[in-house]
Design a protein around this ligand. Sequence first.
Ligand code: NAG
Ligand code: NAG
Ligand code: NAG
Length: 487
Amino acid sequence: MALTRTLSLVIAVFVLEAAAHVTLTFPPARGLPIDFLNNFWSKPPCGMPKKGSTRTTLVAGSTFNVNWQLGYAHIGGYRIELLDSRERKLVDLTPTARGGGFFPSNSTNQWHRVSLPKGLQCKDCTIRLLREVKSFDPNFNFWSCGDVDIIEIPNYVERCSGNGKYLDGKCVCDDAFWGRICQFKDECGTDEQCGGRGGKCLYMGGTNLPRRQCFCRPGFHGENCLALNPIELPDPSHSLNLTGHTLQILSDRMILYYKMIPHEITKNQEIEFVLLVNGTSWAALGFRPSNLGAICKSWPFIADALDPTNSNAIGTRKTRQFGPGSPEQNVGSEYAAKDVFSMMDCTDIIVGSAKGSFHRIRDHYARGRHTPIPDNKWGGTDDVTASTGWEKDGVTTLIFRRKLRTHDVADHPIHGEMLVTWARGQEPGEYVRDPNLRLERDEPRVSGFYVRDELKYHGLGDQKGFLYIDFQSKISRVPGINADILQ
Ligand SMILES: *[C@@H]1O[C@H](CO)[C@@H](O)[C@H](O)[C@H]1NC(C)=O
Ligand SMILES: *[C@@H]1O[C@H](CO)[C@@H](O)[C@H](O)[C@H]1NC(C)=O
Ligand SMILES: *[C@@H]1O[C@H](CO)[C@@H](O)[C@H](O)[C@H]1NC(C)=O
């Protein structure tokens, strides 16, 4: 126990810097799609229970690509395994010279062609990806599992993953779906799917899903740009009037302004944030109460056994009642991450980006150091009440409002002193690396692994940081410690 603890602390020092990593996209990973599940801090064999996950049907003896996405190009190989219905390893699907070893790979590789054994039917089985992260620890692996049924040809009917029609021997995919069997989903296929007059469906040009995403025109916001801004927000043709806002400098290249907006009727105030970023990629602002304890990492409560009172298949408890006085009912989620409490844990994160005069600003949550996940995937809602943004002359302006109290499971009330975290995406041409940690001795081989506005690892140095702000009293406290070490 003592040894385990020492080991995790040692590793934590290295790991704290790097968030965002590996998830299977085909066969799709079990929900929740957290990309920081690993063999050090999550429950074997996958970090997520099988209950309630989507299953992919495959044909015995067939050959296909297993795909995954990466938030960070860690150095290391991978191994793909087939697990039986009791999650015990049946066979390696990658050639493993050393028997149980890893297939060497360039750090940006995101797929591998595998062949299933002939004649092997396998009901309720699992494909598991193990990805080495040599810079963390020689034995550290991210893992991600996708559940499958493997059946014989006579019983197989091509259904194009339920997302298209099988015509003349191939799948014709519905809007927004693509891939040989329509196995991948974009956020939109056409501008129409971004609210019609509300937005544009833009191709991100990166390596992760969704490849196409909705960016909203001024006056609209939210999922698929369906929501109308209830008030008029500034636009790029006028200079911003920020006289009523409080200024907080975050870095040489990122400035935050904020202002309370009183609400006469509900008395539930809103807060308006204005982020000015010298950069053209995404930017994010996160918060959690500064006195929140590590107990919050137990949410969502994920358990093997389904809680009968719970409507969510994997047991995400809808109520989240924790805080300084940490109630016991949240303790003991066996699927909670067991790493040290980090700056990104249990954080409400608003992620925004702009392309020209179109913007995308969305409410996210991060349980840990994984890529933030939109609130609706946690059983919550997007609680940005109005937003706009634009990118002009290399500077991104993002404006958004949120109620101080949203009563959403995936949000924290903004009250009292908050730990405020911020980050921005890597700027093309200014790719940030850290030779001291030697995370990237191997050059990424996919040119443009980081593209503008694609939500991936933010990088080091002044790409990210944290401070404490009491938004109501306009008091901020910049921590007197090296933000690079603590993330
Ligand atoms: C890296 O992996 C990708 C994906 O498999 C592949 O397309 C590419 O050729 C590889 N590059 C090198 C230099 O090995
Ligand atoms: C800027 O906003 C303040 C109130 O926040 C207002 O008093 C002032 O007139 C505005 N200035 C301009 C130039 O619009
Ligand atoms: C943005 O940052 C770069 C690099 O520090 C600097 O050269 C440039 O002048 C900055 N642009 C603005 C608009 O501040």
